[in-house]
Design a binder for this molecule. Structure first.
Ligand code: THU
Length: 137
């Protein structure tokens, strides 16, 4: 099943409203789209001990894993951030999140599309482009 790009971006945008980001004020939402049409979301969760913060993508993968999902990841949307001069650059997953997303994707043998959303453009990349030669299970 194809995941509709605009719907997944809307889900990521809604998820970003739940971000707990009082330190960076950089609110991020991520939505994972699965082959059966289901969507699982996450938002970043910061901590007073800054280095312990969790990114939105990692929170979403943890939510999916905790729902028993072990594959079928076909699309990811990431949105959020700080607006500078009225324009927000597309948010690309950090290195750690690329690896975390890759584990879930590899479990089901997929190479998901990743939509990195900015205020006036959406970068569309395969996860394998963001993380070539990924380490895997
Ligand atoms: N962050 C995400 O949630 N996802 C990304 O792809 C990039 C960064 C979060 C981590 C931290 O809470 C805030 O954005 C600023 O780095």
């Amino acid at each position: 099943m194809n995941i509709d790009r605009d719907s997944l971006i809307a889900a990521a945008r809604a998820a970003s409203a739940q971000a707990y980001a009082p330190y960076s004020r950089f609110h991020v939402g991520a939505a994972l789209g699965f082959a059966d049409g289901s969507v699982v979301c996450g938002a970043n969760v910061e901590n007073a001990s800054y280095g312990l913060s969790l990114c939105a993508e990692t929170a979403a993968v943890a939510a999916a894993m905790n729902a028993g999902i072990r594959g079928g990841l076909v699309a990811v949307a990431v949105i959020g951030g700080a607006v500078v001069g009225g324009v927000a650059d597309p948010v690309t997953p950090c290195g750690r999140c690329r690896q975390v997303l890759s584990e879930l994707a590899q479990l089901g043998g997929t190479d998901p599309l990743v939509w990195c959303v900015g205020s006036d453009k959406v970068l569309e990349l395969r996860l394998s482009e963001l993380l070539p030669h990924a380490f895997g299970p």
